[in-house]
Write a protein that binds this ligand. Structure first.
Ligand code: PMP
Length: 299
C-alpha cells in the first residue's frame, strides 16, 4: 500500500510507521473494534470529504451497539479527520477510522482496556474492475441474531474475508452472500442493487446488510433522476433475471456486475451508467444539489 506521512492516533498525528499497538490488545483477540471507510475527493474548491458526518455518526452507533466507549465527540473526530487528510497533503484519499479495545487486561470480559482511536488516510484507487464477476458464496451472511449486523465492527468481517477468499480462489472477482433465510444480503464490502423493468431494488436492512451510506446516496440520486427504488427481499434468481446488477460502497464506488454465477448480464447498463455518472458528479462537487454532502479539507 502507499504509505502517507501521518496517522492520527489518540489525539495526535504520529509518523505512519510509529502508529503501533500491543499484541495483547483486546481487539486483536476478540474482534472488538469498529471502523469506517470514508473518501475524500478532488473538487473545484480543493479536497473534500464525502458524507463525513454520516460516516462518523455510523461509527458512533457501531461503538454504542458493541458497547465500546468512544472517548471523542463527533466534532473532535471531524476535526481530527480533516487534520489528518490536510497533514498528508492528499488531493483525494481513502480514510480509515478505527476505534478498538486496546491493551490493559486479557479475557473476553475485559472492560478496563482503553479505547484506542486512529485515523489513517492513503491513496486507494478503484477496488474492483469495471465489470465484476460475482459468485454466490457458500458462506451465509452473519445472522443479526448472532452478531449485530448493523454495527460496522471488525469481528464480523471474518465472514467477508472467508467469502472473498472463496470467490477469488474460484476465479471470480467478488462474492454475494445470502442470509440464513436464503435472501440476497450484500457483497463482502459493498451493497448491491438489481435493476429490472426500470425498477431499482436493494435488500432491506433485515437481510443482514450494512446500512450503506453509498446505498443511501444511490437511493437519493435515483429518486432525483425519477427512477423507482424499493427495498425488498431478493432471491438469488432475481440476480440471474436482472437487466442490470451493480455494487456500491465507499471503497468500490458504483461498479457494474458483468455476471453472476457465470450467467452473463452484460456489464454497465443504462441505469447503472446514469447513476455512476450522477455519483461521480456529486462526489466531485460538480452538482450544487449535493454540495452539502462535502466537507472541505482546509489546509
Ligand atoms: N457492506 C459492507 C459489508 C461493507 O464493508 C461496506 C463498506 N463500508 C458496505 C456494505 C458499503 O457501505 P458504505 O457505502 O457506507 O461504504
Amino acid at each position: 500500500m502507499e504509505e502517507a506521512a501521518y496517522i492520527w492516533m489518540d489525539g495526535e498525528l504520529v509518523p505512519w510507521g510509529a502508529a503501533k499497538v500491543h499484541v495483547l490488545s483486546h481487539a486483536l483477540h476478540y474482534g472488538t473494534a469498529v471502523l469506517e471507510g470514508t473518501r475524500a475527493f478532488e473538487t473545484p474548491d480543493g479536497p473534500a470529504v464525502f458524507r463525513l458526518d454520516e460516516h462518523l455518526e455510523r461509527l458512533r452507533l457501531s461503538a454504542r451497539i458493541i458497547g465500546l466507549p468512544l472517548p471523542y465527540t463527533l466534532d473532535e473526530l471531524r476535526a481530527a479527520t480533516l487534520e489528518t487528510v490536510a497533514a498528508n497533503g492528499q488531493p483525494s484519499c481513502y480514510i480509515r477510522h478505527l476505534a478498538h479495545r486496546g491493551y490493559g487486561e486479557m479475557g473476553i470480559a475485559a472492560r478496563d482496556c482503553p479505547t484506542v482511536v486512529s485515523i489513517a488516510s492513503w491513496s486507494w484507487g478503484a477496488l474492483l474492475g469495471t465489470g465484476v464477476r460475482l459468485m454466490t458464496s457458500s458462506w451465509r451472511r452473519n445472522d443479526h441474531t448472532a452478531v449485530p449486523t448493523a454495527a460496522k465492527a471488525t469481528g464480523p468481517y471474518l465472514n467477508s474475508v472467508l467469502a472473498k477468499a472463496e470467490a477469488l480462489d474460484a476465479g471470480y472477482d467478488e462474492a454475494v452472500l445470502l442470509n440464513a433465510a436464503g435472501f440476497v444480503s450484500e457483497c463482502t464490502g459493498a451493497n448491491l442493487f438489481v435493476v429490472r423493468d426500470g425498477e431499482l431494488a436493494t435488500p432491506p436492512r433485515s437481510a443482514g446488510a450494512l446500512d450503506g451510506i453509498t446505498q443511501d446516496t444511490v437511493e437519493r440520486l435515483a429518486a432525483d433522476l425519477g427512477l423507482q427504488v424499493v427495498r425488498r427481499d431478493l432471491l438469488r434468481t432475481d440476480l440471474y433475471a436482472a437487466d442490470e446488477v451493480f455494487l456500491c460502497g465507499t471503497a468500490a464506488g458504483i461498479v457494474p456486475v458483468s455476471s453472476v454465477d457465470r450467467r452473463e448480464l452484460g456489464g454497465r447498463g443504462p441505469v447503472t451508467g446514469k447513476l455512476a455518472d450522477a455519483y461521480d458528479t456529486a462526489v466531485h462537487g460538480r452538482d450544487p444539489r449535493y454540495r452539502h454532502w462535502l466537507t472541505p479539507v482546509t489546509t
